[in-house]
Design a protein around this ligand. Structure first.
Ligand code: NAX
Length: 332
C-alpha cells in the first residue's frame, strides 16, 4: 500500500466530524493508499480529539494509518502531503472582552494564526504539499498562509467547491435536470457573498446553462443571491452552519486536485492569480481550474465573459483587494 500524510486543523469542529472518516475510508485517496491523519487543535480542545480518534478507529477502514492528535502545528504538518486548514476563529467570539463582529477584525485575528501555520507548512510540509484553506475568510487566510510559507513548490487553494456545488444544484433544480448533467461550474473570486457563480459558462448536457434556462431575469436577479446567501439560509433553517456539505466540498476539492480533469469540465477553487482574466497577480481568486495528466494544476484560459460577468468579477476583485490591504502588514 502507498502511504500519505494528511494534516487537518480544526479537528474537533463540525466540518471535521464529517470530513475525517471520508479521508481515511479509501474514498478520497484510493483504496490502495493508507492515510496517516494528524489532527490539530487549539490546546484547550486537543484532549477531545482522543474521542474522535476512537471513533475513527471504530470505523474499521482498511486504509486507516497512524492517527495522532496535537496542538503543535509544527508537529502536525511535518512531512504532510496534504494540509487541510479548517480551523479558524469564528465571527461572534469574545476575545479580551470584545465581541468580534467586523470582517476586518476577523481578518486580522485569523491572519495571525495563518502566519504561524503558513510558516510551519513552508518549512516542514513536503516540497510538493497541497494546502486547502477552508476556515474563513478563506481566500485571505490562504493569501497570508501562502506568503508566510514562502515555498513555491507547494500549492495553496482556498475552498469554493461548496459554492460550486450549491450553484450547480440551483441550476439543476431550475432546469429540472439531473445534477450529473451539469458541468463546468465556475465560481469567480472570493468565497463570500460577492462571489460570481457563472451560469453562462456552466453547461447542461454540453449546452450553456443560461441558454437552457432561458430566463436572464431569474439568472441575474434571483439565482446569484440564492447561491451567495445559501450558507445563511442553511444557518437559519438548521440553527448551525453547513458542515456535511462543507466537508463534502473539501473532499471534492482534494479528489479534483488528485485526478485528471476531463475536457469540457473544470473544478472550482481559489488559487494565486497569475494575472489571468485581468485579476491582479497574487490575489487568491476563484478560477476555473483543471488538473493535467502530469498532475499540474492550471487556470483554464479562453473562457468568455459577458458584460454582466465582468461587472460581477470587478466587485469581487475589489473586495479581495481591500481584504489584502487590511492585512498588508501580514504579507511581505
Ligand atoms: P467549528 O467552530 O465547529 O470548528 C472550528 C474548530 O477549529 C474548533 O474546534 C476550534 O477549536 C478549531 N480551531 C480554531 N483555531 C484553531 C487553530 N489555530 N488551530 C487549530 N484548530 C483551531 O467550525 P466549522 O463549522 O468546523 O467551520 C470551520 C471553518 O470553516 C469556519 O471558519 C467556517 O466559517 C468555515 N467554512 C468555510 C466554508 C467554505 O466554503 N470555505 C464553508 C463552511 C464553513 O462556513
Amino acid at each position: 500500500m502507498k502511504e500519505i500524510n494528511v494534516a487537518v486543523t480544526g479537528g474537533a469542529g463540525q466540518i471535521a466530524y464529517s470530513l475525517l472518516p471520508r479521508l481515511i475510508s479509501g474514498e478520497t485517496f484510493g483504496s490502495d493508499t493508507r492515510v496517516n491523519l494528524r489532527l490539530i487543535e487549539i490546546p484547550q480542545v486537543v484532549e477531545k480529539l482522543e474521542g474522535t480518534i476512537m471513533e475513527l478507529i471504530d470505523c474499521g477502514f482498511d486504509q486507516t494509518g497512524i492517527l495522532t492528535a496535537t496542538s503543535d502545528i509544527r508537529e502536525g504538518v511535518k512531512d504532510a502531503d496534504w494540509v487541510l486548514l479548517v480551523g479558524s476563529i469564528p465571527r461572534g467570539i469574545v476575545i479580551d472582552g470584545k465581541k468580534i463582529e467586523e470582517r476586518s477584525d476577523l481578518l486580522k485575528i485569523n491572519g495571525g494564526i495563518f502566519t504561524d501555520q503558513g510558516k510551519a507548512i513552508g518549512e516542514l510540509a513536503k516540497q510538493n504539499a497541497k494546502i486547502l484553506v477552508v476556515g474563513n475568510p478563506a481566500n485571505t487566510n490562504a493569501l497570508i498562509g501562502m506568503n508566510s510559507a514562502n515555498n513555491s513548490s507547494q500549492q495553496w487553494f482556498a475552498m469554493t467547491a461548496l459554492d460550486a456545488n450549491r450553484a450547480k444544484a440551483q441550476l439543476a433544480e431550475k432546469a429540472s435536470v439531473d445534477i450529473s448533467s451539469l458541468k463546468n461550474m465556475i465560481i469567480w473570486g472570493n468565497h463570500s457573498p460577492t462571489m460570481y457563480p457563472d451560469p453562462y459558462n456552466a453547461t447542461i448536457n454540453g449546452k450553456s446553462a443560461a441558454e437552457v434556462i432561458d430566463d436572464n431575469a431569474w439568472l441575474e436577479n434571483d439565482y446569484l443571491p440564492l447561491v451567495q446567501q445559501r450558507g445563511k439560509a442553511v444557518i437559519d433553517a438548521r440553527g448551525a452552519s453547513s458542515a456535511a456539505s462543507a466537508a463534502n466540498a473539501a473532499i471534492d476539492t482534494v479528489k479534483a486536485v488528485e485526478n485528471y480533469t476531463e475536457p469540457g469540465d473544470c473544478f472550482s477553487a481559489a488559487i494565486a492569480s497569475d494575472g489571468s482574466y485581468g485579476v491582479p497577480k497574487g490575489l487568491i481568486f476563484g478560477f476555473p481550474l483543471r488538473t493535467r495528466e502530469s498532475g499540474e494544476i492550471e487556470i483554464i484560459q479562453g473562457i468568455e465573459l459577458n458584460d454582466f460577468a465582468k461587472s460581477k468579477i470587478k466587485i469581487t476583485t475589489e473586495e479581495l483587494e481591500s481584504e489584502r490591504e487590511a492585512v498588508s502588514d501580514l504579507i511581505s
